[in-house]
Design a protein around this ligand. Structure first.
Ligand code: C2E
Ligand code: MG
Ligand code: MG
Ligand code: MG
Length: 280
């Protein structure tokens, strides 16, 4: 009993610490968003599987916390969703994505959006006015959503997607294969691309069926007229197999880590030889 109580005490203290840390992060994130400090997009290059050409970039949000250092989006995005900061963050991401699109006009720029954003009645209008304000061709923008968005988003989410697709914005289904109903979902969903989740790419060579599953995913995408991007490509074997199976685009540490704007500029530097024709 004594030990039990002790355990409870330890557990209790631990919980308090967690809650405290969480409140702090929430407070600091709010400050970061309102003051525009510490938040920054990085860009991971996306390449053609076929010929290796640079075709685009995925914008990934980074937060440098004043004392904790780098905090990953996997930590702070869920917190932002819960405490109502996600719309402000989403707006920041969209703005910075438009600036990136201006900076690299030959590349397609993809931004991640949270389900909460797409449930917003004014989401499509907000994106449209942002594109207009920065003079961005809607076809240069891709928005990455997850199956969760489609599952919980309801009609409003679908309306936003349809409105934006009607002006040429593309949508990608992120982390494809990790949801409950991936394949069924593709029946009635309007996206332009699926992003094959890293967990499936990892299974290449490791598991017997690894290749067959990806082959099926790519086959399905093709049958539905969708493009495919593989995420988390880390080895040359994976790269070659994906190319062979007809995957359209590749993204992963093998090709490049996410880069700061300045680093990306250097990469693009000599490289922008009429990329417009290769844009994904
Ligand atoms: P995601 O959209 O699936 O992004 C891919 C994640 O995989 C990124 O992690 C990227 O850095 C990482 N990655 C890319 N290539 C490799 C690789 O070869 N190996 C490994 N191990 N990892 C790789 P990151 O940047 O930590 O982002 C995590 C997640 O946070 C994203 O997953 C996305 O769901 C979310 N996120 C990031 N930025 C935003 C944003 O601006 N808005 C929203 N709503 N969510 C975001
Ligand atoms: Mg993504
Ligand atoms: Mg992804
Ligand atoms: Mg993923």
């Amino acid at each position: 009993k004594g030990a039990g109580r002790n355990c409870y005490a330890i557990f209790g203290a631990h919980m308090d610490d967690l809650l405290q840390a969480r409140r702090e992060i929430e407070y600091d994130l709010r400050r970061a968003v309102t003051e525009g400090k510490g938040l920054e997009l990085h860009f991971q290059p996306v390449y053609s599987a076929d010929n290796g050409a640079l075709c685009g970039a995925e914008a990934l949000l980074r937060w440098s916390h004043p004392t904790r250092g780098r905090v990953g989006p996997d930590i702070f995005i869920p917190i932002a969703e819960e405490c109502g900061l996600i719309n402000a963050i989403g707006e920041f991401v969209l703005r910075e994505t438009c600036l990136a699109a201006q900076r690299w006009p030959a590349l397609k720029i993809a931004a991640n959006a949270s389900p909460k954003e797409l449930q917003n009645e004014s989401y499509a209008l907000k994106v449209m006015s942002m594109l207009k304000h920065y003079g961005i061709n809607p076809e240069q923008l891709e928005i990455e959503i997850t199956e969760g968005t489609l599952l919980d988003g309801g009609g409003q989410c679908q309306k936003n997607i349809e409105a934006l697709r009607s002006i040429g914005v593309h949508f990608a289904l992120d982390d494809f294969g990790t949801g409950f109903s991936s394949f069924a979902r593709l029946q009635n969903v309007s996206v332009d691309r699926i992003k094959i989740d890293k967990s499936f790419v990892d299974r290449f060579g490791r598991e017997k069926d690894g290749r067959a599953i990806i082959e099926a995913m790519i086959g399905l995408a093709r049958a539905k007229g969708l493009k495919t991007t593989a995420e988390g490509v880390e080895t040359d074997d994976q790269r070659m197999a994906l190319k062979e199976l007809g995957c359209d685009h590749l993204q992963g540490y093998l090709l490049s880590m996410p880069l700061s704007k300045e680093q990306f500029d250097k990469l693009v530097g000599g490289n922008v030889v009429n990329l417009r024709s290769t844009r994904m």
